[in-house]
Design a protein around this ligand. Structure first.
Ligand code: XUL
Ligand code: MN
Length: 348
C-alpha cells in the first residue's frame, strides 16, 4: 500500500515556529539537514519555492541561478530524492507588495514575470516540469484598489507568457480564497479551472488542491478533488487539516476531521491518483509548542494517517455499501462508515 503512493513536502514544513504574535521558538534547520530527514520520515519528493532551491536568487544572474540549481539537483540525487515542483515566491519581495502579476505598477508585474521565468529555469534543472502558482497576493485588501477586469487580463497574460517561455512546463494553480489578502482573484478550484481553459494551452494548466484552503472557501475538499480528477486536472495535493473558518492552520492531516480526511483518500482512490504517479503532498505545520527534536513528527504522522485511511477505504465492505445504496438507507451507510472508522465491524 505505501508502495502505491509517493509522498512529498516542502522544506518550509520544518520550521522555527514563529507566528504573527511571537518569534521563533526552535533553531533553524539547514536545508541539508532537512533533506536528510525526508527518507527517514517516508518521503521521496521535495517541493521547492524557487529560493528554497536557490537561496538569494535575486542577487544572482540567470546563468548563476541555473548553476546553483544544478548543484541542488546533485544534492537531491545523493539523498535519493526528486523534486516534485518549484513555486515562485512572489509574496515576500517588496516588489510583490501589491501582488505580482496583478500589481498596479507595470515594473512590479515585469519583475513577477521574470522571477517566475527563473523559477521555470530552476524546475528544468531540478528535473521537474511542474510549476506551482500559489497566487498569494493576487487579489485585493480593498476592491477599489484595482480594476479587477484588468487584473484578470494581467493574470492571464502572465500565465500565457510562462506557458510560452517553456513548452514543457505544466502549471498547477493552488487556489486559496483569502490570507494574506482579504479576497483572492482565483479563490476556488472552479475559478482556477475556468481560468485554465482560457490560457493558450489549457492542457498544461491544472490545480494543486490544499485541504485547508478549500475549507476556508466553505467547500468540501473531497468534492473539489473529485471535480479536478474528473477532468484530469489534479496535478498535486496539499493534504492537511483546518478547524473551521479562521487563519490557515495547516494542521496535520485528519487531525480536525478524520471523516473528511477519509473522504479525500476515498476520492483519490476512486480517481486512480496513485497510478498517475503524482505525489501526495503534505503542507502541514508543527505546533509551536513542539520541541526541536520532535518538530517533524507531524509529517510522519500525516503520512501514517493517510496510509491507514487508504486501508480503511480498501477494507470497507463493498457489498454492505451496495446494499445500503440500493435500499437508499444512508443512515445505515453512515453508521457503518463511523463504526469502520472507530475500528469496529461496520456490519456489527
Ligand atoms: C499558503 C500555502 C503555501 C503554498 C506553497 O497557504 O499553502 O505553502 O502551498 O507556497
Ligand atoms: Mn499549500
Amino acid at each position: 500500500m505505501s508502495q502505491d503512493y509517493r509522498f512529498s513536502f516542502g522544506p518550509w514544513n520544518v520550521h522555527e515556529g514563529a507566528d504573527p504574535f511571537g518569534p521563533p521558538v526552535r533553531p533553524s534547520v539547514s536545508l541539508g539537514e532537512k533533506l536528510r530527514l525526508y527518507k527517514t520520515l517516508g518521503f521521496d519528493g521535495v517541493q521547492f519555492h524557487d529560493d528554497d532551491a536557490v537561496p538569494e536568487l535575486e542577487e544572482l544572474t540567470p546563468g548563476e541561478i541555473v548553476k546553483r540549481a544544478r548543484e541542488m539537483r546533485r544534492l537531491l540525487h545523493d539523498e535519493g530524492l526528486v523534486a516534485e515542483f518549484v513555486a515562485p515566491r512572489l509574496w515576500e519581495d517588496s516588489r510583490g507588495i501589491d501582488g505580482g502579476y496583478t500589481a498596479n505598477d507595470p515594473g512590479c508585474r515585469q519583475w513577477a514575470l521574470e522571477r517566475s521565468k527563473r523559477a521555470i529555469d530552476i524546475a528544468r534543472e531540478l528535473g521537474t516540469e511542474l510549476l506551482v502558482l500559489w497566487l498569494a497576493r493576487e487579489g485585493t485588501y480593498i476592491r477599489e484598489s484595482k480594476n479587477p477586469l484588468e487584473a484578470f487580463r494581467h493574470l492571464l497574460d502572465a500565465v500565457n507568457k510562462l506557458l510560452e517561455y517553456d513548452p514543457k512546463i505544466v502549471i498547477a494553480i493552488e487556489p486559496k480564497p483569502n490570507e494574506p489578502m482579504d479576497q483572492a482573484y482565483l479563490p476556488t478550484v472552479g475559478h482556477a479551472l475556468a481560468f485554465a481553459s482560457q490560457t493558450v494551452d489549457p492542457a498544461r494548466v491544472g490545480v494543486l488542491i490544499e485541504t485547508a484552503h478549500v475549507i476556508l472557501a466553505g467547500l468540501d475538499p473531497s468534492d473539489e478533488m473529485a471535480f479536478a480528477l474528473s477532468m484530469g486536472k489534479l496535478l498535486s495535493v496539499h493534504l492537511n487539516d483546518q478547524n473551521g473558518l479562521k487563519f490557515d492552520e495547516d494542521k496535520s492531516f485528519g487531525s480536525a476531521n478524520l471523516r473528511a480526511a477519509f473522504n479525500q483518500v476515498r476520492v483519490l482512490e476512486l480517481g486512480g491518483y496513485a497510478a498517475t504517479g503524482r505525489f501526495v503532498g503534505l503542507d502541514v505545520k508543527a505546533m509551536r509548542t513542539q520541541k526541536p527534536e520532535v518538530a517533524m513528527r507531524h509529517l510522519a504522522n500525516s503520512r501514517e494517517v493517510f496510509l491507514r485511511l487508504v486501508e480503511k477505504v480498501r477494507t470497507f465492505p463493498r457489498d454492505l455499501e451496495a446494499q445500503c445504496i440500493a435500499n437508499r438507507d444512508y443512515e445505515a451507510l453512515e453508521i457503518a462508515i463511523l463504526r469502520h472508522l472507530m475500528g469496529l465491524s461496520p456490519a456489527l
